[in-house]
Design a protein around this ligand. Structure first.
Ligand code: DQA
Length: 142
């Protein structure tokens, strides 16, 4: 399978950003781990990160017909980006939404995802393992 891993704003700061919530592993290490995980299953994973909503919309559009699955952590855009919701609805690539933290144990505003309705499902609170769990879901379906 060809995976596209999309990470939204501030996730480039993994390892430095609120490590008590998001852990100590950095973004590059996460990507290396996901590429290795994919390779172990004869698959590929490409990582894309942006702090800009439009760039994420563009990446979703460009994924159509190119990738088999998207694993996306939209970061704070989760809670208000109708543009990302619409982009996911506009393409036929299935997406699983991932949140590193348990958004239900945090501020009220983090409980609502406007993007999840366009996803197959949502994983939260499992730390960085959530990305692998999402990939495992797709691998089990192929
Ligand atoms: C997050 C949760 C969001 O509320 C937050 O804005 C993030 C990260 C998570 O992975 O837990 O940037 O998506």
């Amino acid at each position: 399978m060809k995976f596209l891993i999309i990470n939204g704003p501030n996730l480039n700061l993994l390892g430095r950003r609120e490590p008590g919530i998001y852990g100590e592993e950095n973004y590059e290490s996460l990507c290396a781990r996901l590429r290795a995980f994919a390779a172990a299953y004869g698959s590929t994973a490409e990582c894309f990160q942006s702090n800009h909503e439009g760039a994420i919309v563009d990446a979703i559009h460009a994924a159509d017909g190119v990738y088999d699955a998207i694993v996306m952590n939209p970061g704070a855009y989760t809670h208000y980006s109708i543009a990302i919701l619409d982009a996911l609805k506009a393409v036929s690539v299935p997406c699983v939404e991932v949140h590193i933290s348990n958004v239900h144990q945090r501020e009220e505003f983090r409980r609502r995802s406007v993007t999840a309705p366009a996803c197959v499902g949502q994983i939260c609170g499992l730390g960085l393992y959530g990305y692998e769990a999402a990939m495992g879901y797709f691998l089990g379906k192929k």
